[in-house]
Design a protein around this ligand. Structure first.
Ligand code: PEP
Ligand code: MN
Length: 337
């Protein structure tokens, strides 16, 4: 249920409505917009006494929500959510590029790659220290040692870092090092993990599940927000389809749809979305053209030596070239890079 207040509602009036919602046994989420304040009532809607709320002078209307997601919806918040990570803002007119290796492998690899990403104009450095691998025999990541190397890359370049957390038990550790916590595709519906990152005071980047519908994707974000963490970045990274010509099918259709349905920023990962370095450039351009707020691109100082995803990683040189080309695409669609 969404409670729309009359324009210029006083703070005391907003508080009174929030208190009333609490008394009914639901959780109020207040969103102060430029024009008006909207309150989302979260919980068992059958407990909500609509008439009592409508009777309050400051309440303009009470809207039942047909869609299952509330906090993530445009109905709840009209303005785009802008997420601040250090000096970087995600969700504005500026295109944000996150780039770095699939996995953290060594100090040399991480620092070399981070410097190259920074030099080319990348904003956020990525790298996995805990790797979700299909095979238990594949490299599983460096763990905390990897997180320390990422922190070093941040010190050297000044770029914030994004890295995946796979396990609820590791959330405090990863949150100690990372600027953005990544929830990977395979964990999109790990509800305990979603709840755990929802309690952390750091932005979360949620990657779309391998076979997740729009509804399931947004409901997963709702899990994080319902715990109080409203700094959620969505990431389209391709889904499983019958097509075998690419690793996944990058679903760019979802970008404008999410922009309509939700106020959360969405970025596109053409590396995992295609699985092939030669497709990263065209799909990055397409992603910006269709309204994505940013990109996540795998870059490795030496892809031929990569422990994972070398085949979809760009070299520093091809990444720099791509960044240059993306600037014109961004400009052509009224964005900036
Ligand atoms: C990654 O970004 O490192 C990753 C494992 O991606 P995904 O969860 O999309 O497969
Ligand atoms: Mn990867």
């Amino acid at each position: 249920m969404i409670i729309v207040l009359k324009p210029r509602a006083k703070e005391s009036e907003v508080k009174a409505v929030a208190e009333k919602i609490k008394k009914m046994g639901l959780k109020p989420h207040v969103s102060m917009g430029v024009e008006r304040t909207i309150i989302g009532a979260i919980g068992d809607e059958s407990l909500l006494k609509e008439d009592q709320l409508k009777a309050m002078a400051v309440v303009e209307k009470v809207l039942p929500i047909m869609k299952p997601y509330k906090l993530v919806s445009r109905e709840f918040q009209k303005e785009n959510t802008i997420i601040k990570v250090g000096d970087v803002k995600i969700g504005t007119n500026d295109i944000i590029v996150m780039a770095g290796p699939c996995a953290v492998e060594s100090e040399k690899q991480v620092i070399e790659t981070a410097k190259a990403v920074k030099k080319a104009g990348g904003h956020i450095f990525r790298g996995g220290a805990f790797k979700p691998r299909t095979s238990p025999y594949s490299f599983q990541g460096m763990g905390e040692e990897g997180l320390k190397l990422l922190a070093k890359a941040r010190n050297v370049t000044g770029m914030p870092i994004v890295t995946e957390v796979m396990d609820t038990a590791d959330v405090p550790l990863v949150a100690d090092y990372a600027d953005i916590l990544q929830v990977g595709t395979r964990n999109m519906q790990n509800f305990n993990l979603l709840k755990a990152v929802g309690k952390v005071n750091k932005p979360v980047m949620l990657k779309r599940g391998l076979a997740a519908t729009l509804n399931e994707f947004l409901m997963a974000a709702e899990y994080i927000m319902a715990e109080g963490n409203h700094n959620v970045i969505l990431c389209e990274r391709g889904i499983r389809t019958f097509c075998t010509h690419t690793r996944n099918t990058l679903d760019l259709n979802i970008i404008p749809i999410i922009k309509k349905e939700s106020h959360l920023p969405i970025i596109v990962d053409p590396s995992h979305g295609t699985g092939n370095y030669s497709l990263v450039s065209p799909m990055s351009k397409a992603a910006i053209a269709c309204g994505a707020d940013g990109l996540m691109i795998e870059v490795h100082s030496n892809p031929e030596e990569a422990t994972s995803d070398g085949d979809q990683s760009l070299t520093p040189k091809s990444f720099a070239k791509l960044m240059e080309e993306l600037r014109s695409v961004a400009k052509a669609v009224g964005r900036r890079l």
